[in-house]
Design a protein around this ligand. Structure first.
Ligand SMILES: [Fe+2]
Length: 420
């Protein structure tokens, strides 16, 4: 299979990297200011499993660059020969904040403990983000990366910041406040609402695209894989499509739900589903007399056009819809094959796949050991694509995102597929 790849941070040269880094950091600092305006000086939020404490999370973003760039005495990574390196042995002790490793290393300090720490103030956090930004630019300019091995930690840290930026947007949505300009990106999506399917014949693919200058550890795959013939929807399931299922009597029929899905439906749907109010409000899809529905999203009620992609969908809802339709979710490799087609539209919402997050056969963890390995636990499902809230320079068809199937605070949707 020909492998096409969209340009993004993975292949940036020095000038592109610095531009993207500065743009991303400006956005992070703006995000911190927005959070402070809404949440007050300490930025406290309730301790919920899907939320992070904002001051902790902003500092963690800065700390990550310190850990892997400013303090890293071996700032080169070659995945061919560096798998046995003890990276902690090459990490200088000096940190901007005292005891920073015991506070901001996500591997050392677990979710609930973050609420019990004494954290920096808003102003200290702002200063920290500005100071680490200057450090990184200085480090970059003093010893400019020449090879992909030199670039590895810079690109890893930038990707990490971009991922947390999307997480901040999820937090805002969950806590019902606005990020200026963000929603419009979703409403601007040119929806292709027809249920159009693209057929693919059997093919042998390499799921690993070696052409990139940067890879996450979980993407590296050294074998060819046979993909059996299938067809897949050209665009995501729309809100209107999903509501047809949601508002039908079939929605509560256990035949369409997996065992875990039935449990989620019984326990969580009425509490947590993005669609719980619509299910109460409309008894049938035909009762919706207009081409939109009103849903609370971020701070306000929004008129959501029925031809927009369905979003804030849990894996269980996606899986049940696919079964109701007589199909299934695509595998991650089917999605990858289809994404090479010009008629395949992606990028408005993350898309659940049928696959749980697993290690490819020759998986070896990269220096940031907890990026992938702890999550190969069978409890996380793979999502492909990107969302309207993802950083432009992050989007990539080879990226494997993963979340637990109950999560619907992410900007998630899906499309359906079947074998031929
Ligand atoms: Fe992180």
């Amino acid at each position: 299979m020909m492998s096409i790849a969209n340009k993004n941070f993975r292949d940036f040269n020095s000038a592109e990297f610095i531009n993207c880094f500065l743009k991303t950091r400006r956005e992070t600092i703006q995000m911190l200011k927005t959070f402070q305006n809404v949440l007050g000086s300490e930025l406290r939020v309730p301790n919920l499993p899907e939320l992070n404490l904002p001051i902790w999370e902003f500092c963690h973003v800065g700390w990550f660059y310190e850990r892997w760039i400013s303090r890293n005495e071996r700032r080169v990574f070659d995945r061919e020969c560096d798998s046995a390196v003890d990276w902690n042995a090459f990490c200088a002790e000096n940190t901007y904040f005292e005891r920073a490793d015991t506070l901001f290393d996500s591997s050392q300090i677990h979710h609930d403990a973050r609420w019990k720490c004494t954290l920096p103030t808003y102003q200290q956090t702002l200063n920290y983000l500005e100071s680490t930004s200057e450090d990184i630019v200085r480090e970059f300019e003093t010893k400019p990366p020449q090879t992909k091995q030199d670039f590895y930690f810079f690109k890893l840290s930038l990707a990490h910041e971009m991922m947390h930026l999307e997480a901040f947007k999820m937090t805002a949505q969950r806590l019902k406040f606005e990020i200026p300009g963000l929603k419009q990106k979703f409403f601007n999506y040119d929806s292709k609402s027809e249920k159009n399917f693209l057929p693919f014949s059997e093919q042998i693919i390499s799921p690993f695209y070696e052409g990139y200058e940067f890879h996450f550890d979980n993407e590296i795959h050294n074998q060819a894989v046979t993909i059996k013939p299938f067809k897949i929807q050209a665009s995501c399931v729309t809100l209107g499509d999903f509501l047809e299922f949601l508002l039908s009597d079939d929605f509560l029929d256990p035949r369409f739900w997996s065992i875990k899905g039935q449990k989620w439906l019984a326990v969580n749907f009425h509490k947590n589903s993005f669609y719980k109010d619509l299910k109460k409000k409309f008894l049938a899809f035909k009762n919706i007399k207009q081409d939109f529905v009103e849903i609370s999203w971020f701070a306000n009620k929004e008129k959501m056009a029925l031809n927009l992609p369905a979003l804030h969908i849990s894996y269980f809802e996606a899986e049940a819809y696919a079964k109701w339709f007589g199909m299934r979710l695509p595998t991650e490799f089917e999605w990858l094959v289809a994404s090479h087609s010009k008629s395949f539209y992606w990028g408005s919402v993350w898309e659940w796949t049928a696959d749980s997050f697993y290690a490819f056969p020759t998986f070896v963890p990269h220096p940031y050991k907890d990026y992938s390995k702890p999550w190969f636990d069978g409890n996380h499902m793979i999502l492909k694509g990107a969302s309207f809230a993802s950083c432009e320079d992050f989007r990539n068809i080879h990226f494997r995102n993963f979340y637990t199937p109950n999560r619907n605070d992410i900007f998630s949707g899906f499309r359906i597929a079947c074998s031929l």
